[in-house]
Design a protein around this ligand. Structure first.
Ligand SMILES: Cc1ncc(COP(=O)(O)O)c(C=O)c1O
Length: 374
């Protein structure tokens, strides 16, 4: 078997609807003569916005105006549009979970934004630590531009912030007069348990910004995400958009495919992903033994593993690569690049047999890393 990749949060090629998507493309393109010969506008494809507004209403029970939504080139573009609208250019601080999505960390590092990390536990960002962080910054006369949070199926830890913590976060943000940017990239990649409402369904702050994606529940290659915000915040964000709008072709074809089967598609994708999650958790527990702490995430695409203290994650990853399996190093997800004894494993793309074989290779790699250190 070739090298097995557990490093990147790709989706499941086994559930990609190639035939039905090709059919949708044929139907969508036959209607696109005007759409493809004109610029899409800042908000993007209206049908897709209406469909995604319905997705949000069905999930959260809160109406979203499709006129307050921007379709973006993946949610990564939405992250940067929100950031550009809220930053000042000098002394920009963002408060966020100390372990966080690597794309945001890299973008903020490159943009000179200071990231202040708040510790997490198995239930997401700790609110006592958030309160301390905000008070300390206020004592220093420094006001963060916003709180960036991955409250549901946090990347990399998989944690879900419970409702009481969500309400506390909203309260703290209000006390300190700071907007919240909620990144719900994994919102519908759900396997078990109850899911608390999104922060935007609990908060009526007119500055709230909500981001979501089609990458994880449909396909990252379509590069479609979206941002929801109300005026005047919406206008501040639109003013930062310089790309003449999102891709009409991708939007129209994806809309045509999903419009009558969004939840059917989500359910079908989640059933297959849940089986992969189970295979990954089971394989890791058998092959790594109980010295490693392995999460069992209720949603999302990642298992977060705490290695034994005597195993360096970098050395383990290098041995894993020699044995034909790749993992992501925990330090990539830390706002200060702190190592910590963690690795992250993505289970969306590999097949079930590759997951079993990859876990066996990781077990071998753990033993070899230890042997070479002793
Ligand atoms: C938390 C989070 N936000 C945003 C993104 C960006 O995704 P995309 O631009 O494909 O929507 C990712 C991708 O992995 C992510 O994990």
């Amino acid at each position: 078997m070739d090298a097995i990749g557990f490093a990147t949060g790709n989706t499941n090629p086994g559930t990609f609807p190639t035939e039905a998507f090709a059919e949708a493309a044929r139907r969508a393109v036959s209607d696109l003569t005007v759409g493809l010969n004109t610029y899409p506008g800042d908000l993007g494809h209206e049908g897709l916005r209406m469909l995604m507004a319905r997705r949000e209403f069905d999930r959260e029970g809160v109406a979203v105006d499709p006129g307050h939504m921007l379709v973006t080139n993946g949610s990564m573009q939405a992250i940067m549009l929100a950031t550009d609208a809220l930053r000042d250019g000098r002394d920009d601080i963002v408060v966020m979970e100390e372990y966080c999505y690597v794309g945001t960390i890299r973008a903020y590092r490159e943009s000179g934004i200071e990231m202040v990390g708040v510790p997490l536990d198995e239930r997401g960002m700790r609110m006592d630590a958030l309160a301390d962080t905000l008070n300390r910054l206020a004592d220093d006369g420094r006001k963060p531009r916003f709180i960036y949070t991955l409250a549901t199926y946090q990347n990399p830890t998989g944690a879900v912030l419970p409702t009481d913590r969500r309400l506390r976060m909203i309260e703290l943000a209000r006390e300190h007069d700071i907007p919240i940017v909620e990144d719900n990239c994994y919102g519908d990649v759900h396997y078990d348990g109850d899911k608390p409402p999104a922060l935007y369904a609990l908060d009526d702050d007119p500055r709230q910004i909500y981001l979501c994606s089609l990458s994880k529940i449909f396909a990252p290659g379509v590069r479609l995400g979206y941002l929801v915000a109300r005026p005047p915040m919406l206008e501040r964000i639109v003013a930062k958009r310089m790309d003449a709008g999102p891709n009409t072709l991708a939007s129209a074809v994806t809309h045509e495919y999903l419009r009558d089967r969004l939840w059917e598609h989500v359910e079908m994708a989640n059933v297959a992903l849940r089986a992969k999650r189970d295979a990954m958790v089971d394989g890791l527990r058998r092959h790594l033994g109980n010295e490693c702490a392995v999460t069992n995430p209720p949603g999302g695409l990642f298992v977060w593993v705490r290695l034994p203290d005597d195993v360096d994650p970098g050395a383990f990853r290098a041995v894993g690569n020699r044995n034909g399996v790749d993992v992501a190093h925990g330090s990539d997800f830390h706002v200060r690049g702190d190592a910590g004894p963690f690795i992250r494993l993505a289970f969306g793309f590999p097949g079930l047999d590759e997951i079993e074989e990859g876990c066996a290779r990781l077990g071998r790699s753990l033993r070899e890393t230890r042997d070479s250190a002793s």
